[in-house]
Write a protein of this length. Structure first.
Length: 132
């Protein structure tokens, strides 16, 4: 999980794509999951990034899946789950994440949320693969 701060630029897009290529090269990536944004969050730059990512994955025969961020609510039993609830539920599934969860709850800005989101999506993808 990596966050690219700063305003959008062609250089930033290239750094993102280079990072993805590096991850694919250095790890045995078989699936990539893309969070679907709300229509008002989409812009031509994000759509171009999605297209580049899909092309990279297609070249390498990597399955691309999309998900709605609300899919992560399936980890929670709360009526109105929050990010905190989702992180806690994922930490309960993976004891090795409990320390990061506790640390995150003490952070002012949520640093590890994207990590928990990635683990949650990977878990959902793995569960759906076993059902097929």
């Amino acid at each position: 999980v990596r966050i690219f701060r700063g305003t959008w630029s062609v250089d930033k897009q290239q750094r993102m794509l280079d990072c993805i290529r590096s991850c694919i090269k250095n790890h045995r990536v078989t699936n990539v999951a893309i969070a679907l944004l709300k229509p008002h969050q989409l812009n031509p730059e994000i759509e171009a990034l999605y297209d580049h990512l899909k092309a990279i994955c297609s070249e390498k025969n990597i399955l691309v899946s999309t998900f709605l961020p609300t899919a992560l609510n399936s980890f929670c039993s709360h009526d109105r789950p929050t990010k905190r609830h989702m992180m806690e539920a994922i930490a309960n599934c993976y004891p090795e994440l409990v320390m990061l969860y506790r640390k995150e709850m003490q952070n002012r800005s949520k640093y590890y949320y994207k990590l928990f989101e990635a683990v949650g999506v990977a878990t959902l993808l793995a569960r759906s693969a076993t059902l097929e």
